[in-house]
Write a protein that binds this ligand. Structure first.
Ligand code: NDP
Length: 446
């Protein structure tokens, strides 16, 4: 396999899908050597079968808004690969959603799910519908119309969706409710469900907490204590807020949070009171960060800015969206003394930024390893659903922490270079790839 040839072919067959090409390029570059050590993979054209999704559903979602106007959005589900378990991956509702973004996310999800050691294949879905500014009723009608199209394609042993950007407990509840009505069964077909109908304790916290656990494992390889370290976070949604919560518990200083309109800077670190205010504002009141300085004038608000150039930090945890940290942001972080980057979002750093982090030999964890705690805990939710019981928060948290330790070990095993430096990108990609590749080889050409 020559990475450049495979990529050129994918670019020609699937033009105008830059995020998908970017994700494939990163993985292929790191697995090329290992792939070429297995001529049997090439004989079965494994790489093309692994890069191109098994199937994609695309559909119109028509719904009626509160003023009686008929609205149309597009809905998608990309079922990428189910070699090691049922398709599994979140649903994203955001105006930017298109097939390129969902194909990149489903591709990444396949490797991430493999890394968790649980039996889950990779998928992703979503719509260009934006829940922001919509009433509860509008969101419910949209979710029902979305599932009216999708319900036949999903199921507890077929494809298990979850949340992502724009899809939290409320949206999962509406989608699961309608799925249950159409399928006439009560099974664990969604994860991220409410606690009263099969949800798991710690699932809301899992991606952010898991990222902190991964970070602790990375810091331990260099004997660094997290206490007192300055951490810049982007985003203020599910992943970002629970990352901040755990960091405060661990004694770190959270020096930034952001949303799609701007960034809050806390030069001395957010106090617990300030964090709780932001958590409530973003989680329950659906407010904007621009409102925070009305209550806390000692915090700074920077409209239309991302955190990376605004404040000195030791650690960066990008937790908003893809390609939100570019080469010049990486330069600014490195110049400010940042020695670790652990990604809560999927592919938040551009290839140029990733290259700079690795060249500078800092601790750099790609999202598919560092944010895998969310889907891992979804796997634990599926296990509890099939046994029809619920584990305690302590039990789920302990398992999450063990899984993140295991993912870190796999990254180190496959990513340690001769000079001792751990390339976590290479480690995560090879570890995730080998398991899926072996399963695909054993199952024949499908
Ligand atoms: P949420 O919708 O809860 O929060 C997203 C946050 O990012 C919000 O603060 C949002 O701002 C901000 N944001 C979204 N789009 C942009 C943009 N284009 N520019 C700047 N800011 C933006 O999503 P999650 O926290 O669930 O997801 C965040 C990231 O983590 C995504 O990349 C997702 O794929 C990834 N992830 C999520 C997992 C999960 O369990 N939820 C699991 C693994 C990865 P605003 O408030 O203005 O909308």
């Amino acid at each position: 396999m020559k990475t450049s040839e495979v990529l050129a072919d994918l670019r020609m067959r699937f033009p105008n899908e830059p995020e998908y090409h970017q994700a494939v390029e990163e993985v292929l570059a790191s697995i090329e050597d290992v792939y070429n050590e297995h001529p049997e993979f090439e004989r079965m054209n494994l790489i093309e079968r692994l890069c191109i999704p098994d199937r994609i559903f695309a559909f119109r979602v028509s719904w009626v808004d509160d003023s009686g106007r008929v609205r149309n959005n597009m809905g998608y589900r990309v079922q990428h690969n189910n070699a090691i378990g049922p398709y599994k991956g979140g649903i994203r509702f955001h105006s930017s959603v298109n097939l390129s973004i969902l194909k990149f996310l489903a591709f990444e999800q396949t490797f991430k799910n493999s890394l968790t050691t649980l039996a889950m294949g990779g998928a992703k879905g979503g719509s260009d519908f934006s829940p922001r500014g919509k009433s509860n009723m509008e969101i419910m009608h949209f979710c029902q119309a979305f599932i009216a199209e999708l319900w036949r394609q999903i199921g507890p042993d077929t494809d298990v969706p979850a949340g992502d950007i724009g899809v939290g407990a409320r949206e999962v509840g509406f989608m699961y409710g309608y799925y249950k009505k159409m399928a006439r069964e009560f099974t664990g077909t969604f994860t991220g469900k409410g606690l009263t109908f099969g949800g798991s304790l710690i699932r809301p916290e899992a991606t952010g907490y898991g990222n902190c656990y991964f970070l602790l494992n990375m810091l331990a390889t260099r004997g660094i204590d997290i206490k007192g370290k300055r951490v810049a976070i982007s985003g203020s949604g599910n992943v970002a807020t629970y990352t901040a919560k755990k960091l405060l518990e661990l004694g770190a200083k959270v020096v930034s949070m952001s949303d799609s309109n701007g960034t809050i800077i806390a030069r001395d670190g957010l106090t617990r009171e300030q964090f709780e205010y932001i958590f409530d504002l973003k989680t329950y009141m659906r407010g904007r960060l621009s409102e925070v300085t009305d209550t806390f004038p000692d915090l700074e608000y920077h409209p239309n800015e991302r955190p990376w150039k605004l404040v000195q930090c030791d650690i960066a945890m990008p937790s908003a969206t893809q390609n939100e940290l570019d080469g010049s942001d990486a330069d600014a972080l490195l110049a400010s003394g940042c020695f670790a980057v652990s990604e809560g979002a999927n592919m938040p750093s551009t290839p140029e930024a990733v290259h700079k982090f690795i060249e500078a030999r800092i601790l750099y964890a790609p999202g598919k390893a560092a944010n895998a705690g969310g889907v891992a805990t979804s796997g634990l939710e599926m296990a509890q659903n099939s046994q029809k019981l619920s584990w305690t928060a302590e039990e789920v948290d302990r398992r999450l922490s063990d899984i993140m330790k295991n993912i870190h070990e796999q990254c180190v095993r496959y990513g340690r270079q001769d000079d001792g430096f751990v390339n976590y990108v290479r480690g995560a990609n090879i570890a995730g790839f080998m398991k899926v590749a072996e399963a695909m080889m054993a199952q024949g050409i499908l």
